[in-house]
Design a protein around this ligand. Structure first.
Ligand code: GLA
Length: 737
């Protein structure tokens, strides 16, 4: 049993393979946090709630209740009554007073996991996950708060979410609803988060946790390029293999706040949820609000274990697509090849050249609709531009398919250009504040997807095109943040609901898409990687990682992304040089080796690259076929980080049965007068021997893991190499060395 209730001690014990989470109920009914850490067999009692220490407990001395609330380690802090640390729930009643307090009522344990209506969320079979609901009430507000914990034993993951129900007769106004809280004692924690910008997404950042509040947050209407809905607190000794790690990640794609706070008593509170800035939700009598899910993990074995827990969990319990472990067609995308300047002939020339080299799908990017010859018009007018695509889309798709290739297409369904027929007819469909001209970003506005008729229109535009021809793949883009938050369809006191309603609208549209087109391969995208988050992964098995396709820039971006996301989710392509974003020239081979750590594809004009590069493509696509299954399903290990140590960049993917492992090494800058560099492999069988493919060398698993392997002979800047170690009892595989 993953979840147990000890009636005598009023305590819940949640166990995963390696962790235990303990929740206690104080005499007054406050739901308290006792412990999260290494798995325990037994636990004596709730002494860690420290209810015997000053300030006195409310039951013993009501005079000190406020001070008590400010130190009690709680599972879900509510605001306004004395807990001055960050609250998770702020509510005003219909008279405008703020303050709430929730007391334990009852609990429910069930096998499996209920859906979260309208939201992306993890799932599992009855024998894979158990769910605890702790039902609490605020008797004054007549509000019920259900704290939900789903325990995924095998993956060492606990997910949390919260439901608020108004059981009274008057409306309640939610001003903040976070999804999870973790109160702990400080352990000299350091905070890890992912930060960045356009073309620099998800850089790993690590800082000592100071007194006060340190947060990452987005109020951009998307999870964003700049900050990421993830936070880890780690003990100072934490490396890939050592140290304690507490991590939270949000299954949501809109505004968020993740915060760690070190308090006066050296306690730490970590919270995550929808960003409260600008948020307000009217909860009418009888209504409920479901907050999105937080994924929580603890590792006593450093960051590597955290990474692999997230990878396994997302692969098994979040990504629904049938493509998860399937071979995905190797694509060529025309964006960096042509930008807006293309027509049927040009696309067919690319497709033909690509097919000859073993590429399997042509993706037509932005510019095929309306009169879009630049980025300043036509979003919303999803009719094929027949001046560019003579004979129409079905004709083009047929010709591509006749070549033996599949066809994919780009959309940006959430947007409306001021210069579009749609805007001329429905100017009010853009998100805006009446009386104020909305700000443009990339010459476009955002559609008000809180409105059903707008969603229906936008969805039908996409669906109509997909119904018109056999299209295998969609790149769903979203190229600007939300501003000027106003919807003419919402009442004055509901305007604060717009950002969340927008997100629910996007989720509804993507749900419709994957339901109507179950075989479609969907790739989400947002100006590169501004909406690379677990929310989107629920709909699409892959997300475009970044508009920066330079192999060296990608090392850092993909290292940060792979800290939490499986490699199978990272959209990565080989592009042309000099790179369009940074102007760097890197070897074609290195570009492919780096893209192999993701979905793998091409983004270049194959009719214009050198013969020498073209000749390398069949070998590269063969590598994809050879290693695809390993990369999709294997265990990822970060071996060395160029970003961190400026020596070598290196990662490994080992098969779960330790039968083989692929190691990728990139020498970023060549260094003078150095010896070979030693790396230690992971995830092998120490009792067995491994041959290094293509070399005749044989090593024991234990020497590769404990003594190390020498990286030699990498010549020049940006040089890279793949090393494939195969256990000796495994048959030699066909394919390139
Ligand atoms: C975004 C995407 C790119 C490309 C362009 C098209 O920036 O990230 O890959 O699709 O839009 O406008």
């Amino acid at each position: 049993m993953a979840i147990q209730f000890d009636e005598k001690r009023n305590m819940f014990k949640l166990d995963t393979k390696c962790t235990t989470y303990l929740i206690g109920i104080s005499k007054e009914g406050y739901v308290g946090h006792i412990y999260y850490g290494k798995r325990l067999k037994e636990f004596g009692g709730g002494y860690l709630l420290r209810t015997e220490e000053f300030p006195f407990t409310p039951e013993a001395n009501k005079r000190e209740k406020a001070a008590f609330l400010d130190v009690y380690p709680t599972e879900y802090p509510t605001g306004g009554l004395g807990d001055y640390r960050e609250s998770c729930l702020d509510i005003r009643n219909s008279e405008g007073y703020m303050g709430s307090e929730i007391f334990y009522k009852e609990y429910l344990v069930e096998d499996g996991k209920p859906h979260l209506p309208g939201l992306p969320a993890s799932f599992g079979e009855k024998d894979e996950v158990q769910t605890l609901q702790i039902i609490c009430e605020d008797p004054i507000l007549r509000m019920r708060v259900t704290l939900m914990y789903s325990v995924f034993e095998e993956e060492d993951i606990i997910t949390r979410s919260v439901k608020i129900e108004n059981q009274g007769e008057k409306a309640l106004h939610l001003e903040k609803v976070y999804s999870a809280c973790l109160d702990m004692d400080n352990q000299e924690f350091e905070m890890i988060d992912l930060c960045g910008s356009w073309a620099r997404e998800r850089y790993i950042q690590r800082e000592k946790l100071r007194y006060g509040r340190q947060r990452v947050s987005s109020s951009r209407g998307e999870s964003s390029h700049q900050e990421h809905p993830f936070m880890a607190l780690v003990t100072p000794d934490t490396t890939q293999e050592t140290g304690e790690v507490y991590a939270m990640h949000f299954v949501y794609s809109g505004n968020f706040t993740a915060q760690a706070e070190r308090t006066q008593f050296d306690y730490v509170r970590m919270v995550l949820g929808i960003c409260a800035e600008g948020f307000r939700w009217n909860l009418k009598a009888g209504e409920s609000f479901q907050a999105p899910e937080v994924v929580l993990t603890y590792s006593a074995e450093g960051l590597g274990k955290m990474t692999r827990s997230f990878h396994d969990f997302y692969r098994k319990h979040l990504i629904r697509s049938p493509y998860l472990y399937k071979k995905r067609p190797i694509l060529i995308n025309n964006w960096e090849a042509t930008y807006f300047d293309f027509n049927t002939e040009k696309l067919l020339a690319i497709a033909k050249g690509a097919k000859e080299q073993g590429i399997e799908m042509l993706v037509m990017d932005d510019g095929w609709f309306g009169k879009r010859n630049f980025d300043d018009s036509s979003l919303g007018d999803w009719t094929v531009n027949e001046e560019k695509l003579k004979g129409g889309l079905p004709h083009l798709v047929k010709q591509v398919r006749d070549l033996g290739m599949e066809f994919g297409i780009w959309f940006e369904p959430e947007m409306i250009s001021p210069d579009s027929d749609l805007y001329r007819v429905h100017p009010d469909w853009a998100i805006q504040i009446p009386g104020r001209e909305p700000g443009q970003i990339r010459a476009q506005y955002v559609l008000d997807l809180s409105r059903q008729e707008v969603r229906d229109y936008a969805y039908e535009c996409v669906a109509k095109i997909l119904r018109s021809a056999p299209i295998s793949y969609v790149k769903w883009d979203m190229n600007r943040q939300l501003t000027d938050l106003g919807s003419i369809a919402l009442l004055a006191d509901a305007q604060g609901e717009l950002s969340h309603r927008y997100m629910l609208g996007v989720y509804e549209m993507q749900e419709r898409l994957v339901t109507e087109f179950p075989d479609l391969l969907l790739e989400n995208c947002s100006g590169g990687g501004a909406r690379f988050d677990p929310g989107m992964l629920y709909y699409s098995p892959q997300i475009w990682c970044s508009d920066d396709t330079d192999a060296i820039e990608r090392l850092r971006i993909q290292e940060g992304t792979a800290l939490i996301y499986p490699l199978s989710a990272m959209g990565a392509h080989v592009s042309d040089c000099p790179n369009h974003i940074v102007g760097r020239r890197t070897p074609f081979e290195t570009r492919a080796n780096v893209a192999l750590a993701g979905t793998f594809g091409y983004e270049l004009d194959i009719t214009r690259i050198s013969e020498e590069e073209k000749k390398q493509i069949p070998g590269q696509t063969a590598l994809y076929h050879k290693y695809r299954e390993l990369i999709q399903k294997g265990d990822y290990y970060r071996i060395a980080s160029w970003t961190d140590k400026k020596s070598l960049d290196c990662w490994e993917v080992a098969a779960k049965d330790a039968s083989h492992a692929l190691v990728t090494c990139v020498q970023v800058l060549a260094q003078p007068n150095i010896h070979s560099r030693k790396i230690k492999l992971k995830g092998l069988d120490k009792e067995k021997t491994y041959r290094l493919e293509g070399s005749g060398e044989v090593y024991s698993g234990e020497e590769l893991m404990y003594c190390g392997f020498l990286i030699k002979g990498l010549e020049g800047d940006f040089a890279s190499r793949l090393y494939h170690f195969v256990r000796e009892d495994v048959q030699e595989e066909e394919g390139p060395q």
